[in-house]
Design a protein around this ligand. Sequence first.
Ligand SMILES: Nc1nc2c(c(=O)[nH]1)N[C@H]1C(S)=C(S)[C@@H](COP(=O)(O)O)O[C@H]1N2
Ligand SMILES: [Mo]
Length: 234
Amino acid sequence: MTLIRREALRAGFSLGALTLLAGCDLSDHDAVQNVLARFSRWNDRVQAALFSRSRLAPTFPEVMAVKEFRYNAWYGPDKAPRLNPADYRLQLAGRIENKRPWTVEELYALPQVSQVTRHVCVEGWSMIGKWSGAPLRTFLERIGADTTARYVGFECADGYYEGIDMPTALHPQTIMAYRLSDEILPAKYGYPFKIRIPTKLGFKNPKFVTAIYVTDKQPRGYWTDRGYNWFSGI
Ligand SMILES: Nc1nc2c(c(=O)[nH]1)N[C@H]1C(S)=C(S)[C@@H](COP(=O)(O)O)O[C@H]1N2
Ligand SMILES: [Mo]
């Protein structure tokens, strides 16, 4: 399905919500919020059901990758956390057999792939970039993660947090991106790695990840807590 058709479908969902809302007292903020929240959860379920493990996000020729990639966070690039490889340790928790923390060196030694894909930010910009790193699936297998669990959650050095469903975590294009445009990820883009998920909106791609956990309880998301859909597929 094309992006545009998906957008139309999504617009259709909200039109449906509006039609319903027309019947209720718009000053009743809680009731309106309730209806919207229910639609949002329904939208999440429909999107999760439509998501296919094998459907690949579009890829592009390498020449189309933008070298000076756009930066985004709720603070300026100079405020981005600068993690020191000497004391960085990726913490592991939840349904994982081997929870030993990982160093940057160990992470960077995992087998890697490259992708040229489009990053789509919900704020209305998109950009094609080249990312390289280890498939998250490879890492999850290495640490003995229980892949029958429903979710994988992430915590970040700037207090950001995100989570994805297990089919997305195991998707071949979901990677621990160590490099952008063939360079080790600069601090502001998420050093030592960013979870790059081309089948998801930009905000579901956490940077400077410091902890990964496997769970059956749906992890919260920084922007989901501020009103965006949890699934947010593209
Ligand atoms: N830790 C962390 N990850 C984050 C964010 C953030 O503020 N903190 N912003 C998200 C959003 S909204 C976008 S669009 C992308 C921006 O990534 P970039 O700076 O590499 O373009 O990172 C996502 N991951
Ligand atoms: Mo974003």
